[in-house]
Design a protein around this ligand. Structure first.
Ligand code: SAM
Length: 345
């Protein structure tokens, strides 16, 4: 499979940065390459619904991503569903690693996975040019973990995947944990120890109303403040400066200098003002916000024969319309038509 090359016209005409109408520069693209998942995490999926949306061919994702890159996207994260279920994901990474930004630089290539298939794929993905992975883990206790994923043996598989990724150099290795009150918030302190023992950055994420069922309430969200206070009682933390303005996680180090945790607080401390992200769903629709009420059919235009210039114009126009912010917890809040697993987390 060869990477399609940009037209001569696109190679010479410098493009202004991709910005929205609020002046935010968009340089981060998240691409779902399937909405299938091999886990049925109880806070995400009902367990009754499977894949709902078609997948594009791998070369079609590549073509669309390449156009975003020509417009200034410098960071691409593959996600899903579960992206490692997708055949040829290693080949896609290899092709993406060949792309260059308009400034001639390599992309920052990352992937978010549940880690179940990572033990055997970590080294090939690294060799293909992947820089980093984020592994989702919602418990450090095997029984709790498997009660959440509803897959027997999942804890051992993911732990092996985490260690393989670290050994392959897919670092800094981040572990994302979604916390729900009364459900897995007893894991907080265990995760803090896990971060130190396994040399990984654990990031707690506030639960957002993006589940297939109806579980979300304001009370179920374990907030940043609460997490910091709880860990701080046994292991003092100090806040670390952000590495970049659009960083989603607030970073904390342990007082003795060993280990780091992060907290992503989209509910209690929304960071929409610094958002640099857009998403492409597995069926090729642009979503300018996780909570968008509308999607923009980029792939439909590609299929209908739009030229590269037309596709670029469409992306620029769509990004201009990016929402100012989400409205979680406000009266009149509307859940998006797709849940997290079908959007691409
Ligand atoms: N299968 C991959 C994985 O498990 O990382 C990628 C897709 S998964 C939807 C991406 C991330 O979204 C996971 O870390 C998951 O825990 C998180 N997630 C799912 N539903 C969420 C919600 N309602 N609020 C916050 N995070 C959520």
């Amino acid at each position: 499979m060869a990477a399609t090359s940009l037209s001569a016209e696109s190679a010479i005409a410098p493009m202004p940065p991709l910005t929205d109408s609020y002046g935010r520069v968009i340089h981060d693209l998240r691409v779902s390459i399937t909405d299938r998942c091999n886990y049925k995490c109880v806070y995400c999926r009902t367990g009754e619904v499977g894949a709902q949306y078609p997948e594009l061919r791998i070369d079609e994702y590549l073509r669309l991503i390449e156009i975003f890159v020509s417009l200034g996207v410098t960071k691409v994260r593959l996600t899903g569903g579960e992206p490692l279920l997708r055949r040829n994901v290693v080949e896609l990474v290899r092709q993406l690693a060949q792309l260059r930004t308009p400034a001639g630089e390599r992309l920052d290539l990352a992937l978010t996975t549940n880690g179940h298939l990572l033990e055997s794929l970590a080294a090939p993905l690294k060799d293909a040019g992947l820089n980093r992975v984020t592994v989702s883990m919602d418990a450090v206790d095997a029984a709790t973990f498997e009660r959440i994923t509803r897959i027997e043996g999942s804890f051992a598989a993911v732990l092996a995947g985490v260690r393989a990724a670290r050994d392959a150099g897919l670092t800094p290795l981040k572990i994302n944990c979604v916390l729900l009150r009364g459900f897995n918030d007893d894991q907080i302190e265990g995760f803090a120890r896990f971060a130190r023992d396994e040399d990984v950055v654990v990031r707690f994420i506030e639960f957002m109303p993006l589940e297939e069922g109806r579980l979300w309430t304001p009370e179920i969200v374990v907030t940043l403040r609460e997490i910091v206070d709880r860990i701080g009682r046994s292991m003092p933390l100090k806040e670390l400066p952000p590495r970049e303005a659009s960083e989603t996680a607030r970073r904390y180090g342990f007082a003795d200098g060993v280990g780091e945790i992060g907290i992503i607080a989209p509910v209690s401390q929304a960071f929409c003002g610094a958002c640099s992200r857009v998403r492409l769903t597995s069926d090729g629709k642009i979503r300018t916000c996780l909570f968008s009420q509308v999607e923009h059919d980029l792939y439909g235009r590609l299929r209908a024969g739009a030229s590269e210039g037309e596709l670029r114009e469409y992306i620029v126009r769509t990004v201009q319309g990016k929402e100012a912010r989400h409205h979680i917890g406000e009266p009149g809040f509307l859940k998006p038509s797709r849940s997290m697993v079908h959007i691409g987390g």
